[in-house]
Structures are given as structure tokens and as C-alpha cells.
Design a binder for this molecule. Structure first.
Ligand code: EPZ
Length: 417
């Protein structure tokens, strides 16, 4: 298991470019199953979740290659619809392949997906929605899905599930008739997926709003495209919180600051200066700040659950109290015990974390148990006195590509061992 050594950092400075979003790349790779020609993606991060998705594509008969940061995926020779269990169980993203596999082959075989340990990761809503569209599902050692009689339907989601919205969009693209999703998730990564599919003639309207309508087509149109996915707003937010935590003068490029507005308006304070250009965010911060008051995670455009652990780390040394209510995942506070080992004062009651600011943290040996919790420990390590050793770096590599290089480019003293 790899470790990350994080030394105390007095200030971050410099520039860095943000790559395409992990949570855009995973559904986009799954969407390639709908296409029988090669497409490309700019700025693709070679993070482990992306590589596992590509391994699954290859196991189904597809091909991929990288030319620098450009990923090319070709599913023209795809002939299998059975996702290998050992791959499916590694990542949550494998569940996004069910919709496109059913759309292309009218059947799919898979197993329960993996994903970060942030509470139970059920897929019941995915399966319920598939059933409403005429998919027959057999549950045994594996998941057997078969759709001899696929029907376009109007489906109201009981909650704004990102993955279910994405699965239904991809399935609806090749389902005859009009599929309507009411109460869909509105994340930028979903809008990005729809923009991609429309390049090949998909008929989708309303993405990013409260009603998405997909008019099914027989086949998606061939077009030689290299697509630029949306930048990773969670990586952007993580670096902004690192800069706010230790003080900084930094510029993040390739971003859309609107996608981080929920964070910016929460953390912006009079000890920092922010400027927004077309695709850049400039941040100058003294590293000080008052407690953030009340934060409640919710589906986009509200405060993202994926920045809940990083903002907790930022709040540990603010002058005052921050109360964080986590409404998306049942067990996404596991990093709190590791932060408390470093001298933080975080108390958990149910789905509410109360962070009382302390003067400083002390570097310790800690363990990352999930992707965003790992990012939180990096932020804490940057501001802690002394040295912090973060075990289980693999979970951080799932969503942050060579995070040590990015931090070094911003002046941090970090080392992967
Ligand atoms: C996506 O996961 C993201 N992953 C997650 O990012 C993100 O935290 C989440 O959306 C919420 O924004 C990817 O896009 C690859 P959901 P997803 O369906 O689609 C429950 C990260 O750190 N649920 O919106 O799986 C579920 O347990 C990761 O980058 C069911 O109960 O999330 C959760 O409590 C973590 N049944 C809630 O809904 C289902 O069938 C929202 O989940 C599906 C979901």
C-alpha cells in the first residue's frame, strides 16, 4: 500500500490546470457502448477508476488508447454484454454501463458495483427504473437483465440520483418513443453527458432542469469527435479549500467557476480575494477565517456531498464553529476520527458533524478510508504542524491523478512512498 507524506505548508502558490471530471469521464466511457465508432476525450485523467472502466470496455471487446492526455475509445467491435465481476465490483461506475449495454444488446450481465465506503451503495432505484421500461431482471450470483420489449416511459425519480439519471438518459437514447425523467439530477456532469450524446444525433431536451425528455433513435450517427468534458469541480473545490486552509496565491485553469458557486459563496470571506476569468479562478488567501456556520449537502446546485470531507478539514482550524449536515450518504463522516487524531474537535451526532475550530493540528499517521476523506486528510496534513503520513493512498488515486505532483507544483512538500 502506498503512502503520502505531507509536510506542514505555510503557503500554496502557483498555477495548475484542472483535468476533465472523474464523474464526467465514467459515464462518458459507458456512453461509448452506444457508439460503433471511435471517439476521443481531451484532458482525460488516468485515475484508477477511469482505468478500470476502460478495462471493462476492453473485456467486452472494445478498444482504447491514450495519446498523451487524449483518450480514444472504440466500441465498434464490442460483442459481449457481461461485465466481469472482479472489475464491476471495484468501482461504482460499472453500474452506469447497464443502461448502455441494455440499449445496445437488449441484455446485460453484471454484479453489484463497488465504490467508496461511504455507506451502503444500493442500486435498487436503477433496477426499479429499468423494470418500468420493460427490463426483466434476474438476481442470483449475478444480475441478469434482459429487454425483449423495451418501452419508453415517464419516470419520476424519488430522489435526484446522479447515476440513475445517467443510466436512463443512455438507455432512452436507443429506446423507441419518448422517455421522460421527472425530478432528475442536475449535475454539470449530466449536462456534459447529454452534450456528448447530442453530437451523434441523440434527441435530448431539458438536461440540467427538472424534466429531461429523450426521443429514442434507431442508431447514433457516426462522427469523428474529440470531446472536451467538463472540468473536475470537486478537484477544483478541493484545491481551493487547501489554499484557503494554509494561505495561498494560486490560479486554477480549465475550470468553470459557476460549477463551484455553491462552495465559493459558503467559504468566501474577507481574508481572501477571488477573481473569476473565463476558465480561471484566482485565489489569494491569508489562511485565516471564521467558522462557516451551517452547511447542508444536497444535489446540485447545492453544496456537493463530495466536498463535505474536504470542507470539514478546512473548518478544523477556523475561528468558530461549523455545522455540517450530510443528507446524501449515510456514512460519510469516517474521516472525522482521523482528523480528531490530529487534534481537531469534530463531534458527530447522526448525520450532523459539529466542527469547533482549534488553534492548530499536529501531524500524525492516519489512514484514508475513502476518496474524499483522503483528500480531507491531505488538507489537514498541509496545515498541521510537522509531518503527516497518509496510508491507503490507493483510494485517493481513484479520483485525483498524481495528486502529489499537483501539490508540489503549488509549493507543497509532499512525497509518495
Ligand atoms: C455519483 O454517485 C457520484 N459518482 C458520487 O461521487 C457522488 O457523491 C454522488 O453521485 C452524489 O452526487 C459518480 O458519478 C461516479 P447517487 P451515484 O445515485 O450516482 C442512494 C465521488 O466521491 N441510491 O446520486 O452512485 C445512494 O446510496 C463519488 O466522486 C439508492 O439508494 O450517487 C446515495 O445515498 C462518491 N439507490 C443517494 O442515493 C440507488 O439505486 C445518491 O446517490 C442509487 C442511489
Amino acid at each position: 500500500m502506498s503512502k503520502l507524506i505531507v509536510n506542514n505548508c505555510q503557503r500554496l502558490y502557483g498555477k495548475t490546470e484542472i483535468k476533465s471530471a472523474k464523474n464526467a469521464m465514467l459515464p462518458l466511457i459507458a456512453a461509448c457502448i452506444l457508439l460503433d465508432f471511435e471517439v476521443g476525450f481531451y484532458n482525460c485523467p488516468k485515475i484508477s477508476d477511469v482505468l478500470v472502466m476502460l478495462e471493462i470496455i476492453e473485456s467486452l471487446g472494445g478498444k482504447y488508447r491514450f495519446e498523451g492526455d487524449v483518450l480514444f475509445v472504440d466500441c465498434s467491435a464490442l460483442y459481449l454484454y457481461e461485465i466481469p465481476c472482479e472489475l464491476a465490483s471495484k468501482i461504482r461506475g460499472s453500474v452506469f454501463m447497464l443502461g448502455p449495454l441494455i440499449a445496445r444488446f437488449r441484455k446485460a450481465l453484471a454484479t453489484m458495483p463497488g465504490g467508496c465506503k461511504i455507506g451502503e451503495r444500493p442500486i435498487g432505484l436503477h433496477l426499479d427504473c429499468f423494470k418500468k421500461m420493460g427490463v426483466e431482471i434476474g438476481m442470483g450470483e449475478h444480475l441478469y437483465l434482459r429487454a425483449d420489449n423495451l418501452q419508453a416511459k415517464t419516470i419520476t425519480l424519488p430522489f435526484k440520483s446522479v447515476g440513475v439519471t445517467e443510466n436512463l438518459i443512455m438507455l432512452g437514447c436507443l429506446t423507441d418513443g419518448e422517455t421522460t425523467i421527472l425530478n432528475p439530477a442536475r449535475e454539470p456532469e449530466i449536462v456534459c453527458l447529454c452534450e456528448f450524446l447530442k453530437l451523434f444525433g441523440a434527441k435530448i431536451k431539458g438536461e440540467g432542469g427538472n424534466k429531461i425528455v429523450i426521443q429514442g433513435v434507431k442508431k447514433l450517427r457516426k462522427s469523428s469527435v474529440i470531446f472536451k468534458p467538463v472540468a473536475d469541480r470537486i478537484e477544483t473545490g478541493t484545491l481551493l479549500l487547501a489554499g484557503l486552509s494554509v494561505g495561498c496565491e494560486m490560479e486554477l485553469s480549465g475550470v468553470n467557476y459557476v460549477h463551484n458557486f455553491n462552495l465559493i459563496k459558503k467559504v468566501f470571506n474577507n481574508t481572501c480575494k477571488m477573481c473569476f476569468y473565463s476558465d480561471k479562478i484566482y485565489l489569494k488567501s491569508s489562511g485565516a477565517g471564521k467558522g462557516l456556520g451551517y452547511i447542508k449537502t444536497a444535489p446540485y446546485p447545492y453544496f456537493p456531498t463530495d466536498l463535505q470531507s474536504p470542507v470539514m478539514a478546512y473548518a478544523t482550524t477556523l475561528n468558530g464553529t461549523t455545522v455540517i449536515e450530510e443528507t446524501i450518504f449515510k456514512d460519510r463522516f469516517s474521516v472525522a476520527s482521523e482528523l480528531n487524531k490530529m487534534g481537531a474537535n469534530v463531534t458527530i451526532r447522526g448525520n450532523v458533524a459539529t466542527v469547533n475550530g482549534v488553534n492548530s493540528l499536529t501531524g500524525q499517521e492516519v489512514t484514508a478510508s475513502d476518496l474524499r476523506g483522503g483528500a480531507s486528510l491531505i488538507i489537514a496534513g498541509l496545515k498541521a504542524e510537522g509531518k503527516t503520513v497518509i496510508n491507503n493512498l490507493e483510494v485517493i488515486d481513484r479520483g485525483y491523478y498524481k495528486i502529489e505532483n499537483k501539490l508540489k507544483a503549488l509549493g507543497a512538500k509532499v512525497e509518495r512512498i
